[in-house]
Design a protein around this ligand. Structure first.
Ligand code: SF4
Length: 195
């Protein structure tokens, strides 16, 4: 279900403030490349849908983001799949957004791909650089995050990043929960901001 209320022009700011690493990374790649590969369009698109971006705004968002192509190409090659993911084409299924477990199992990031859980797919150097620049993770906390990642406790690392970037104490989680779904991460961050 779509909660609504989110518009295409809100996404840049929301990505910076509320998106988990996987979605923030894909958003930044979209801005850099003016395009995203197939699995990212699907994974990131479903996340945005559940975040509350309605179909009309999703079409605006993707059309504007793919700024190097013509309207004609967009309508022919991308519009159908976006409408499809909202259950408006084909078998009209209301596809849910993927859970962390599903995203972690995907192990994307081959070639130009950028879907998947970056805690699982990034090399250590890139992971540190990205966490510093995107989430202000300092050197004191970095060791712990890397240790968690080494033990393949990706969602625990992600929960720690939520705590650190929201200034809540270790173990407090997202309002007592740990990250099991990218949309939970974002929803809890938006609630936190309002509280
Ligand atoms: Fe995304 Fe989940 Fe990985 Fe966090 S643990 S980066 S929300 S897939």
């Amino acid at each position: 279900t779509t909660a609504g209320g989110v518009t295409a022009d809100m996404i840049d700011e929301m990505a910076r403030k509320h998106f988990p690493f996987c979605m923030r990374y894909q958003h930044e790649e979209l801005r850099k490349r003016k395009h995203l590969p197939h699995f990212s369009r699907l994974e990131y698109g479903l996340f945005l849908k559940v975040l509350g971006l309605p179909i009309e705004e999703a079409l605006i968002f993707w059309r504007k983001s793919f700024s190097k192509i013509t309207d004609d190409k967009f309508n022919k090659e991308y519009k159908y799949n976006i409408r499809h993911s909202f259950g408006l084409e084909g078998k009209r299924a209301n596809y849910p957004a993927k859970t962390c477990m599903q995203i972690i199992m995907e192990r994307g990031q081959k070639d130009m791909e950028c879907h998947g859980c970056p805690f699982a797919t990034f090399a250590s150097e890139n992971l540190q650089t990205a966490l510093m620049s995107m989430y202000n993770v300092g050197s004191q906390d970095m060791g712990e995050i890397l240790h968690l990642v080494k033990g393949q406790h990706y969602h625990v690392a992600c929960t720690r990043v939520w705590e650190i970037s929201h200034g809540v104490k270790k173990g407090a989680g997202l309002d007592g929960e740990s990250v099991t779904h990218p949309n939970l991460y974002a929803a809890k961050s938006r609630e936190f901001e309002k509280a």
